[in-house]
Write a protein that binds this ligand. Structure first.
Ligand code: ADP
Ligand code: MG
Length: 858
């Protein structure tokens, strides 16, 4: 009788007027209402599950089932019957919680008032009500007894508590005719508004789900998946592949009530987190429970609960290390396969290997409309399922002549569109990265401010990989009336994220891409022209809601003559060390014959082996060493693993582990540590910690100052440091530290710290650790400036990036520049820049730390 008691309490409160007018409570109530209406959907799932279970019964016979399975089936049968009964009751004019909510989700206030004041139910009606309620209780009891938590109709409990109007009335009617005195109507109104909002949202979500192109092929897709181990699904961006397919698999019972998981990989972190949030919403569960995500340094899943996991392709790759058969998965969906990231390509190879042993594992490869046949032939001519999408025509406009400054041209174009084209119609602009996006946002705001009332309002919504998660949702929010949304995006919006309402695309046609030259061993992030396939995809984003327009900030000639037809797969343009190390650790020794869609060149492979040998991850026979295995354990590049390992173990470094781990963690987030990426930054930095000799030391001092202030938010604010980033760094640091702990490095370090006076020569220890990990990232001062130390090639001219503290120190103090500089990254903009620099004060440290590399001829 628990529910009755609660109801009584509630009404007493109403009588004494002690109702908590707390908005949170209303949210809870609204949530319950929402859950109750979700029941219908849950029923469908339940019914489907039951169909499968009944098949089991048919196949094996009741007697062959375990008691637990029998209980479960009995319970589900009862549940389905119960909900069916409720529905029937509804058909006979007896309605439940939604009496006062019509089919459109609007609320009839008078009706609600009437209902609340209604006399006790008629006898017949009451009886059936009573029976239903008892059934409900029985169901609860059975549930409690069988302990099978996963199978109850969510929300039904909450429903009885809040919306069992009759129950409420029965308790109060005798004593007080006027159950809801007038003074409560405000509360009631607020509640109803909340309810209305929740309901509208629910309806919109469900309608959107049903309106997606894949919905019409739901059954066909499920049948194809059932009949084939591997299926390639091709469809226009926005057709619902990413958000819907995994849900269909869940609904079809592939997780076997939580025994298995379904994974969906994404090339980008932002896509993984944002899609997971959306799907959790659609399934009406809390993100991180049944639906979660896993990206590097952030695992938002719950063991034994999560059944659907969105993750980066890199994370799934790492899972092969602990579970080479991927035994906990029933289905794997490799999404955005056309992106051809390194991790996706290697995953496909590994999956091709294990599929023959894991006959029950389903593999879905989903891709935008390019290149699907290549996947099919790689997987023994696996079938291709085409989801016909709708796409409205998009008018393409080119510039008449090449634009020297595409950023300015883009900003001008945005205002041209905004001032000449009617509303509604949002604009999507493709830029290459955070800095460019911030710059564009700044000039848009400045100009809009100057124009004032002369133009309509605009909302600017940036989206890029490092954008804090709370701000990401801005791109999905509905544009207010009489206003235009301008989304400034990296190529994450090319296919990974679907943004509704876009009518105009502005595309300068550039992308930031990793580029690696094996002969020099140099890796750099370059801004390069996109492929034709990419710019066509981008243009397509304008045609989702209706006919659209795409403004390309390059010439038609350039489109036909200068752009490559397809993007170059990452495996052909990146440093392969990490992947080679991973494959070796998985026991794949025949790298040449490992199945890959595109084979990397032999020089690229041998360079990777050479790098790994220099780091000590392989011995001279090419066999992985213990150190190599340790480096794999770290959730970061092998070079960083080596730095950390050195700081704990090397005679002239040990004792510096804590500091080195901090620096490594900070180096993972350098893009967004300091507020305002541009001009102001330079002053900020030194304001934080005073003079430092290198960017590495700057990062260390920044973190430690923050730590000493008890990780305070206001410290960050005062010092123009981004609090959210620092929280992430702290989290990365914790994870790296746990890894050090597990590998015994933390203990070694502790021992060293006891016997040494580490503080005295801390900085040399740090520098030496980094030399050990990045021996190939050293530049030497020559008469013409810095040159990298290329072993045989003689090196390349490079400069210190102006944002580096090393650059500023040299300028301000007129100090003699350091002869040797260790850098973390090379970036080519106006010239070749070294970022995150650290002077190496003594040349013999190079020989000391990496003797087999610096053997004198450099
Ligand atoms: P596909 O993977 O085929 O490109 P998606 O499954 O990503 O398609 O998108 C399907 C629909 O879901 C889109 O119409 C989009 O509007 C909606 N959607 C996806 N993510 C979100 C989100 N985070 N917020 C709101 N709507 C979203
Ligand atoms: Mg998608």
């Amino acid at each position: 009788q628990n529910d009755g008691l609660q109801a009584q309490q509630k009404s007493t409160d109403l009588n004494t007027g002690e109702v908590d007018h707390n908005i949170d409570e209303m949210r809870i109530l609204a949530r319950r209402q929402y859950l109750a209406s979700r029941e219908q959907l849950k029923l469908q799932v339940l019914q489907q599950e039951l169909v499968f279970l009944e098949k089991d019964v048919e196949k094996y016979g009741w007697e062959q089932l375990t008691q637990k399975e029998r209980d479960e089936i009995t319970l589900k049968r009862e549940l389905v019957a119960l909900v069916q009964q409720r529905e029937d009751a509804g058909k006979h004019g007896f309605k439940f919680q939604d009496d006062y909510i019509d089919e459109n989700g609007s609320i009839d206030l008078n009706r609600k008032q009437q209902l609340l004041k209604r006399k006790p139910a008629q006898n017949g009606e009451k009886e059936s009500r009573q029976k239903l309620w008892e059934d409900q209780q029985m169901k609860n009891a059975v549930r409690a007894a069988s302990g099978a938590e996963e199978i109850y109709v969510e929300g039904s409990q909450g429903y009885d508590f809040v919306f069992d109007d009759e129950a409420m009335i029965e308790f109060t009617e005798d004593s007080n005719e006027d159950v809801l005195p007038e003074e409560h109507s405000e509360y009631d109104n607020k509640l109803l508004t909340e309810l209305e909002r929740e309901n509208k949202r629910l309806l919109t979500i469900q309608e959107t789900r049903k309106s997606l192109p894949v919905y019409h092929f739901r059954q066909e897709l499920l049948t194809s998946i059932k009949e084939n181990q591997i299926l390639i699904v091709v469809g226009e961006t926005g057709s619902g592949k990413t958000t819907q397919l995994p849900q269909y698999l869940v609904e079809d019972g592939y997780t076997q009530r939580g025994r298995y998981q379904i994974a969906c990989t994404q090339p980008r972190r932002v896509a993984a987190t944002s899609v997971a949030a959306r799907v959790a919403d659609e399934m009406n569960v809390v993100l991180g429970k049944q639906v979660g995500y896993s990206i590097r340094f952030e695992d938002k899943t719950t063991p034994d609960t999560t059944i659907l996991k969105y993750m980066t392709d890199g994370m799934l790759l790492r899972e092969f290390m602990t579970d080479p058969e991927l035994s906990k998965y029933a289905c794997i969906m490799i999404d955005e396969a056309h992106e051809r990231t390194l991790a996706t390509d290697v995953l496909l190879g590994l999956l091709k290997d294990i599929l023959p042993h894991r006959k029950d594992l389903k593999l879905i490869i989903s891709s935008a409309t390019m290149n699907a046949t290549k996947f099919s032939s790689f997987f023994y001519d696996a079938p291709i399922f085409n989801v016909p999408g709708r796409r409205f025509p998009v008018d393409i406009h080119y510039t008449l002549q090449p634009e020297a400054n595409y950023l300015n041209a883009a900003v001008t174009t945005i205002f041209q569109i905004h001032t000449t084209q009617a509303l509604p119609g949002d604009i999507l602009v493709f830029l290459t990265g955070q800095e460019e996006i911030e710059a564009a946002q700044q000039s848009l705001e400045d100009i809009a401010h100057a124009l004032g009332d002369k133009i309509k309002d605009m909302v600017i919504a940036p989206i890029y990989a490092n954008l804090p998660q709370e701000q990401q949702s801005k791109i999905f929010q509905k544009t207010p009336q009489d206003c235009r949304k301008i989304v400034l995006a990296t190529n994450i919006a090319e296919t990974s994220l679907t943004i509704d309402g876009i009518k105009y695309v502005v595309d300068p046609g550039f992308v930031k891409e990793n580029s690696y030259v094996p002969s020099t061993g140099m890796s750099q992030l370059l801004t390069v022209p996109c492929s034709r396939a990419s710019v066509d995809q981008r243009a397509g984003r304008a045609g989702r809601v209706g006919p659209g327009k795409c403004f390309r900030i390059f010439t038609k000639w350039s489109y036909f003559h200068e752009l490559e037809p397809l993007p170059k797969p990452e495996i052909l343009r990146t440093n392969l060390s990490q992947v080679v190390l991973l494959l070796l650790s998985l026991g794949v020794t025949d790298l040449i014959n490992f199945p890959l869609l595109d084979k990397p060149s032999i020089p690229a492979l041998s360079k990777a082996l050479e790098n790994l040998y220099i780091l000590g991850a392989l011995n001279s026979k090419g066999v992985i060493t213990r150190l190599g295995r340790m480096m794999c354990e770290f959730p970061c590049e092998p070079d960083f693993g080596k730095v950390i390992h050195t700081a704990a173990t090397h005679e002239s470094c040990k004792g510096a582990l804590e500091e080195v781990v901090t620096i490594v963690a900070m180096l993972h987030e350098t893009a967004s540590i300091f507020v305002h990426a541009r001009a102001e930054r330079d002053q900020n930095k030194t304001a934080v910690v005073g003079k430092v000799s290198s960017d590495h030391m700057l990062y260390l001092r920044t973190f430690n100052s923050w730590r000493d202030m008890d990780y305070s938010k206001s410290w960050c604010f005062d010092h123009k440091v981004q609090y959210k980033t620092m929280v992430r760094v702290r989290n990365i640091r914790d994870q790296l530290w746990r890894c050090c702990d597990k590998l015994g490095l933390a203990a070694l370090n502790e021992k060293a710290m006891k016997s040494l006076n580490v503080d005295e020569n801390l900085e040399p220890r740090i520098i030496k650790s980094f030399i050990a990990g990045f021996p190939t990232n050293v530049a030497r001062l020559s008469p013409t400036g810095y040159r990298t130390l290329g072993k045989s090639q003689g090196g390349v001219n490079v400069s210190i990036h102006p944002t580096s503290t090393v650059f500023q120190a040299a300028r301000q103090d007129m100090k003699k520049p350091s002869k040797l500089i260790l850098y973390q990254r090379l970036v080519l903009t106006s010239k070749e820049f070294m970022r995150d620099c650290m002077p190496v004060p003594r040349e013999d440290w190079l020989q000391e730390m990496v003797p087999h590399y610096f053997n004198g001829d450099n």
